[in-house]
Design a protein. Structure first.
Length: 262
């Protein structure tokens, strides 16, 4: 089986978020996919089965299968386009646990069309979370499986170092954090912590921006954004709210490719 190691949401190798992309030509069991994801030990390993009109796509962290992953979808599309599996002029439809997702080449970038997920404000949790983590939050919000902290400043967000055990108790998947950017080059910054998925801090998280984009659209009264994820590796993307969909645009780069026998 062909396996590609791709860095997503970056133009530089060893930046952005790494993902493994496996080209599935014969059926794998869920156990095999999970074991390989554990072996790769990246935040996501993607498995794609290529068809004539669409592709089937699944994502596994080292700990579990997840319903949506942006950076591994970007990595998968990059492989299909760049390695000749799919014509660049044709949009890819991925059939996934989150429904159909679409990726195309637009203005030299990979453009992904995902469903938007608007978070719900939970003002009653602000005081409790401030006390638990010793912070001063502007807002607390939730979506199924995730909790969201909105910080009052970028500096407070960058200085946040939560205990994994406390984060693990908050939500099934993880903790999304964000703040308005102090830079003229970006609209908002973010970080993502998901110890329950085997991820201490995710380098760059696509799906998170399907949640943050509707939030910041309402707060900043605009629909297009330049977003930065402030992890150690770092990464960036362009996002746009279009009705009940979010378009994410980014770059990717290949690190290596190999073959693996299972």
């Amino acid at each position: 089986m062909k396996l590609y190691h791709i860095d997503s949401f970056t133009k530089e190798k060893f930046k952005g978020n790494p993902a493994a992309v496996c080209i599935v030509e014969r059926a794998l069991t869920e156990q095999q996919m999970q074991l390989l994801a554990m072996e790769m030990n990246l935040s996501e390993t993607a498995y794609v089965k290529i068809g004539e009109d669409y592709c089937d796509l699944r994502w596994f962290t080292p700990a579990a299968e997840v319903p949506l992953c942006g950076h591994a979808t970007l990595a998968t599309a990059y492989v299909l386009f760049e390695e000749g599996y799919w014509p660049k002029e044709k949009t890819i439809q991925f059939n996934t646990l989150s429904g159909p997702l679409y990726v195309s080449y637009v203005d030299g970038m990979l453009s992904m069309d995902f469903p938007a997920n608007k978070p719900q404000a939970k003002p009653e949790l602000v005081h409790e979370m401030n006390s638990l983590f010793g912070v001063d939050l502007k807002q607390v919000l939730t979506v199924p499986g995730e909790m969201i902290f909105i910080f009052k400043s970028e500096e407070a967000l960058l200085g946040f170092g939560p205990e994994e055990q406390k984060v693990a108790m908050l939500a099934k998947n993880g903790l999304i954090t964000s703040a308005k950017s102090k830079s003229d080059n970006f609209d908002f910054v973010s970080r993502y912590f998901a110890p329950n998925l085997g991820i201490k801090e995710d380098p760059v998280t696509g799906f998170m921006h399907t949640i943050l984009t509707p939030y910041w659209a309402e707060i900043l009264d605009k629909s297009k954004f330049n977003a930065r994820q402030a992890s150690a590796r770092g990464g960036q993307m362009q996002t746009e709210l279009k009705g009940d969909r979010v378009v994410l645009k980014g770059h990717a780069v290949s690190v290596f490719q190999t073959e693996i026998a299972i």
